[in-house]
Design a binder for this molecule. Structure first.
Ligand code: ATP
Length: 236
């Protein structure tokens, strides 16, 4: 069943049209990538979903129209956003960040067991459990941002450039953990990445954006096999 559907979504910053008609669909439990160059509109697509920018077109979640909802309403219906630049709360410890992620939940036992699970999934965070966000490395902050978002137990995770600014081996570790999270939890994901190699290792299908519209959509295997994708996004 389709969980999230975008049909011909448009968005503007002031007078400048940035999305010219983006369509995609994320099935329940599926993972979909959004690839494309700098400025193609990937981040704006996520912001249109979360209600941070005003969007035209159609955006439905679980069959309901969510276009025009406020960010906190979108979060409350089960969409968690891990923004570019991680957005961890640097004055809080790892422990406190994870609890902040669960602020809408009441199931104390579930919260405790999710924290245990995430510390097992991200052993670095276990070692740094009492450290402040600001004291963590870039990779650890990214892991914390993902873990914190997961603490809300969303049905859909929006991930924006989880590899940004990380050394290749660190980025790979972060994606390995996200892949395990996906496999074990069944959570659906919409993944924005400039590093197509990493994204295609996680998602089932992906769409390529160019200046605010989809130019290509396919399975990970199909996209990997296309010369133009290899040249433009996979480093030859
Ligand atoms: P990046 O990887 O650089 O984030 P992107 O594909 O995510 O690229 P967007 O961030 O969605 O692209 O940006 C799309 C276009 O909108 C770009 O031309 C960008 O300069 C412009 N833009 C982004 N944010 C704003 C803003 N707050 N105000 C005005 N223009 C913006």
């Amino acid at each position: 069943m389709t969980l999230l559907e975008l049909e011909d979504v448009t968005a503007f910053y002031g007078p400048v049209q940035v999305l010219e008609g983006v369509s995609l669909s994320v099935p329940e439990g599926g993972a979909v990538g959004i690839l494309g160059a700098n400025g193609a509109g990937k981040t704006t697509t996520l912001r249109a979903i979360t209600g941070v920018v005003r969007a035209g077109g159609k955006i439905t979640f679980d069959g309901k129209d969510i276009r025009g909802k406020r960010p906190e309403q979108v979060a409350a219906i089960g969409i968690a956003h891990v923004p570019e630049g991680r957005g961890t709360l640097s004055d809080l410890t790892v422990r406190e960040n994870l609890r902040v992620g669960a602020y809408l939940r009441k199931d104390r036992k579930g919260i405790e067991s999710d924290i245990e699970y995430l510390l097992d999934l991200f052993p670095n965070l276990k070692e740094r459990y009492r450290s402040h966000g600001s004291a963590l490395s870039g990779g650890e902050q990214q892991m914390l941002a993902v873990a914190r978002a997961f603490m809300a137990r969303p049905r859909l995770l929006l991930l924006d450039e989880a590899s940004l600014g990380l050394a290749p081996s660190t980025a790979k570790n972060v994606y390995d953990a996200i892949r395990r999270l996906r496999a074990e939890s069944g959570i659906a994901m919409l993944v924005v990445e400039q590093n197509a190699n990493l994204a295609l290792g996680l998602v089932d299908t992906a769409t390529v954006l160019e200046v605010g519209r989809n130019v290509l959509t396919g399975t990970s295997a199909e996209l990997r096999g296309m010369d133009e994708i290899r040249r433009a996004y996979l480093g030859g």
